[in-house]
Design a protein around this ligand. Structure first.
Ligand SMILES: Nc1ncnc2c1ncn2[C@@H]1O[C@H](COP(=O)(O)OP(=O)(O)OP(=O)(O)O)[C@@H](O)[C@H]1O
Ligand SMILES: Cc1ncc(C[n+]2csc(CCO)c2C)c(N)n1
Length: 262
């Protein structure tokens, strides 16, 4: 079974020019999707290295309203012009009209899909990114999604469902407090833990299907051919004990790890 390596090196702050260059060479290229929830404090860092920045509908309000708050000593209008999304996409029922006209005048592409009331704005954004980057090597490309967790539970469930619907695309859901991604059963997994930025709290959750057998290394409560299911065991409040965690399972699992204060 093929190995899939995971690392959240996108959370590591820029340091010296040399180290920054080094970090970039070792991190996957990524696209950034901004949802309609409070922007995490590390959003400017993610923005800086993203290949494409896409706001999901009301996510554009968050960039417009909250980016200036992350730079309190700078002129708000200047900050807004610096953080111009490449694309705003969704059913456009949450973006304010002044925000829409501000960014479209700056040259942001606006893709109105108000006809589709069966898929979420996040789904629309992932489908768009996959469409504009058809030739990218999927093993070294991922999509980071801010504001995906810690809000309305129906939205959170929809966001988690997107991980399953696009299971061959690497997608990481983020909040200020934690991140979540899918570990597909088609691979064995090696998770490189950047302990300056993440951990130690973590979890492995068999969402969508039970797991008959899961085996891990590097955790305080490792699983050894263990069964996990809702209604039975799910691994929550676990603790990372090693720089590398390995996971192998007969079911798709969600991996979650806490994020340290930025
Ligand atoms: N409270 C929240 N918790 C988690 N995710 C959210 C929340 N609010 C919005 N999102 C995410 O941001 C995306 C865009 O948000 P937006 O408010 O524009 O969506 P919407 O479809 O208009 O919502 P609503 O269901 O309120 O009409 C959503 O598709 C969802 O993925
Ligand atoms: C069974 C079912 N439940 C809910 C919706 C509503 N819905 C799902 S995604 C979406 C778009 C949100 O921007 C809306 C309105 C539906 N269509 N089908």
């Amino acid at each position: 079974m093929e190995l899939m390596i995971h690392s959240s090196s996108f959370l590591l702050p820029n340091t010296t020019a040399g180290e920054e260059e080094d970090n970039r060479r070792h991190s996957p290229t990524y696209a950034l999707v901004l949802l309609n929830q409070r922007l995490p404090k590390f959003t400017p860092l993610l923005w800086q290295h993203a290949r494409v920045r896409v706001c999901a509908d009301g996510g554009a309000n968050r960039v417009y309203d909250e980016m200036p708050l992350l730079f309190p000593h700078e002129d708000a209008a200047h900050v807004r012009r610096r953080f111009k999304p490449d694309v705003i996409k969704g059913d456009m029922d949450s973006i304010r009209s002044e925000v829409l006209s501000f960014y479209s005048e700056l040259g942001t592409d606006v893709v109105d899909e108000s006809d589709d009331q069966d898929t979420t704005d996040l789904h629309k954004c992932i489908a768009y990114i996959n469409g504009v980057m058809p030739n990218v090597d999927k093993s070294s490309f991922c999509i980071l999604v801010t504001g995906a967790l810690g809000g309305r539970f129906d939205h959170e469930a929809g966001n988690l469902n997107v991980l399953h619907r696009f299971s061959t695309t690497r997608i990481t859901l983020l909040s200020d407090e934690c991140l979540i991604y899918l570990l597909p059963k088609t691979h064995r997994h090696e998770i490189h833990v950047n302990s300056s930025a993440e951990g130690p709290h973590c979890g492995l959750v068999p969402m969508g299907m039970p797991s008959g057998r899961t085996t891990t290394t590097g955790l305080q409560w490792d699983l050894n051919d263990a069964e996990m299911r809702f209604g039975g065991l799910v691994s929550t409040s676990n603790i990372v004990k090693a720089e590398r965690v390995t996971v192998e399972s007969d079911a798709d699992l969600l991996w979650t790890i806490s994020i340290k204060k930025f």
